[in-house]
Structure formats: structure tokens, C-alpha cells
Design a protein around this ligand. Structure first.
Ligand SMILES: Nc1ncnc2c1ncn2[C@@H]1O[C@H](COP(=O)(O)OP(=O)(O)O)[C@@H](O)[C@H]1O
Ligand SMILES: [Mg+2]
Length: 220
């Protein structure tokens, strides 16, 4: 059994006026310890696929399976809280919380006591290569690259070993992009995370352990 798997996934956007088959029969498996890239041009279905993997919706047909559990058979809110961590292009840190509080948030959601969460947040901030002084700073006081590191630290505060990243370097310059990619690669290769990056950056695509290419909603 794979840690994460898509089995014959089809997704249809259906409105009163039109029907768009955004994904057609997608099957692929993801293993721990590897970094995957999902690539494709605009309109190929990347965002739709990521939304299904992130548990924002369930497939029209087929299954998204996390440790063999289908997103259709689990409360989606619970799925999003426990089974996948998502890192976004625009970081999505909570602006009124400090870096430490941002990282503590998912831990506190699952009932960890504040003192342990605080200690763990400090470890994770260190793990993503940020100095301790970052902990008490607000997102607006951090550069884009720093914010993305905090967002990764927050993702690591979840218990899951599946990390989804939506264009994680899309808002960063090339040096910061490289640094973020390297952090994600180390998390896969050294800590056994299953890292799945959705990107249109072909350089990232080439450096991944495996690349899936989407065209018109199908894998090619
Ligand atoms: N809310 C929606 N309603 C109808 N069609 C949509 C909607 N969102 C996306 N689509 C269509 O689904 C297809 C895949 O879109 P998307 O997943 O956003 O691709 P990508 O992220 O690769 O650009 C496109 O044809 C797009 O026009
Ligand atoms: Mg998109």
C-alpha cells in the first residue's frame, strides 16, 4: 500500500450551463522518502488535482487514498487536519500571529499543551534554517523566503508525513527558490516525508525524484 494514491480519479465541474471534465482517469502512487513534481501548463488540471489531494473536495469518480483511507470515507475536515499538510505559493500565514504562534497552531488544534507546542515550534523553526529571533516576529516583518520557511515549519507541526506544496517557490527569487526546494528535498530524503510539489517551474520538475505531467486532465 502506498502512503498516498490516486486511483482512476475523474473530476467534473458541473454548472447549469457547462460541464468541464478537468481530470480524466488519473492514477498514480506516492511513496515516503521521495519528492514528486506534478507539472502541466495552465488549464491542465493541476489546481483541481491539488484540491482533491488536499481534501477540499472529493473526486467525481475514483478515489484519493491516504494510507489506504479514501477521502470519500472520512470527514474532510478531519482529513485536512490529520492527513495532509499544504504549503502555498502565497504562504498563508496568519498575519496577527507571530511565527511561533503560526507554527504552534496545528499542534494546539490537536490538543498539544502550549508549553510543549512552543518548544516544538522552536525546534521546527531551527530545522528550516531560521534563527531563534524569528519566533517572536510577525509575518509582515519577514521576507518572502523567511515566510515560506515558517509555512513549512507549520506544515511540519502537523502529524502527517505527506506534504503538498502548491507552487511553493512561485513568489520567490531564484536563490530563495533553490533554498526552499532544498529544504523540501531534505525532508523527503532525510526525514522520510512524501513531498508532492505542484509546479510549472521546469527546473524544479527536473530535480524531483519523479515527475508526473498533466495535459488536458490526463497524465502523459
Ligand atoms: N470552478 C470551475 N468551474 C468550471 N471549470 C473550471 C473551474 N475551475 C477550473 N476549471 C477548468 O478545469 C480545467 C483545469 O483547471 P485547473 O485545475 O485550474 O488547471 P491548472 O491549475 O493546471 O491551470 C480548466 O479547463 C479550467 O478551465
Ligand atoms: Mg492552477
Amino acid at each position: 500500500m502506498s502512503v498516498f494514491e490516486l486511483s482512476n480519479v475523474t473530476y467534473v465541474y458541473q454548472s447549469q450551463y457547462q460541464r468541464v471534465e478537468a481530470l480524466k482517469g488519473i492514477s498514480c502512487r506516492f511513496e515516503p522518502g521521495r519528492l514528486y513534481a506534478i507539472m502541466g501548463s495552465s488549464g491542465s488540471g493541476k489546481t483541481t488535482l491539488l484540491s482533491l489531494m488536499a481534501g477540499l473536495d472529493i473526486p467525481t469518480e475514483g478515489k484519493v487514498l491516504s494510507d489506504g483511507v479514501s477521502t470519500a470515507d472520512i470527514d474532510l475536515e478531519q482529513y485536512r487536519r490529520e492527513r495532509v499538510a499544504v504549503i502555498y505559493q502565497d504562504f498563508r500565514l496568519f498575519p496577527l500571529l507571530t511565527a511561533a504562534e503560526n507554527v504552534m497552531y496545528p499542534m494546539e488544534l490537536r490538543g498539544m499543551d502550549p508549553a510543549s507546542a512552543k518548544k516544538r515550534a522552536a525546534e521546527l523553526i531551527r530545522k528550516v534554517g531560521l534563527p531563534e529571533t524569528t519566533l517572536d516576529r510577525f509575518p509582515a516583518m519577514l521576507s518572502g523566503g523567511e515566510q515560506q520557511r515558517v509555512a513549512i515549519a507549520r506544515a511540519l507541526g502537523m502529524k502527517t508525513k505527506v506534504l503538498l506544496a502548491d507552487e511553493p517557490t512561485g513568489n520567490l527569487d531564484s536563490e530563495n527558490s533553490y533554498n526552499i526546494f532544498k529544504i523540501l528535498e531534505d525532508l523527503a530524503h532525510e526525514d522520510g516525508y512524501c513531498v508532492i510539489i505542484v509546479t510549472h517551474d521546469s527546473e524544479l520538475g527536473e530535480r524531483a525524484d519523479m515527475t508526473f505531467r498533466l495535459r488536458d486532465g490526463q497524465l502523459i
